[in-house]
Design a binder for this molecule. Structure first.
Ligand SMILES: [Zn+2]
Length: 148
């Protein structure tokens, strides 16, 4: 089993598991190797030291769950910051009323909209139990309230 560091033409980097290097070449030739981020099939192999893969992944299983290589951290952080900013720009801050308000919206007692705010882990578990979708929002330092 061979783990290859791959890169698409949009500069996304990811790993691919292949039976051999030739296996990658064959699959790449048939455009079977795609970027997990943008589905681009113009994939090039980054030069990397061979690594032993003991987890028995299937051929051409692609994964982005591995810790990103150093050169992708920058873009991941940027994407994260852009995403967080978008969430901030498009949601209403309800502060400590978050759990209460999200329930009102869920049960149609309040106008449907994107909100954000603070709540406890216990509340989040209750919300999830009630079938309400909540998502943790971890803000990059750059987007935290500049007054603090
Ligand atoms: Zn890509």
């Amino acid at each position: 089993m061979k783990v290859l560091d791959l890169r698409c033409s949009n500069d996304h980097t990811f790993e691919g598991w292949f039976a051999s290097e030739q296996d990658f070449v064959d699959q790449d030739h048939k455009s079977l190797v795609q970027c997990p981020v943008c589905a681009d099939s113009k994939i090039t192999k980054k030069l990397s030291a061979p690594r032993l893969n003991l987890s028995g992944q299937f051929t051409s299983h692609l994964s982005t769950t591995e810790a990103p290589a150093t050169d992708t951290v920058h873009t991941v952080a940027q994407a994260w910051a852009a995403f967080s900013k978008k969430v901030l720009d498009n949601s209403e801050d309800v502060g400590q009323q978050f759990a209460e308000e999200v329930r009102r919206i869920h049960y149609g007692e309040s106008k449907s909209r994107a909100i954000r705010g603070q709540t406890t882990v216990d509340e989040v578990h209750s919300l999830v139990d009630e079938g309400i979708e909540v998502m943790p929002l971890l803000l990059p330092e750059s987007l935290k309230n500049p007054l603090h």
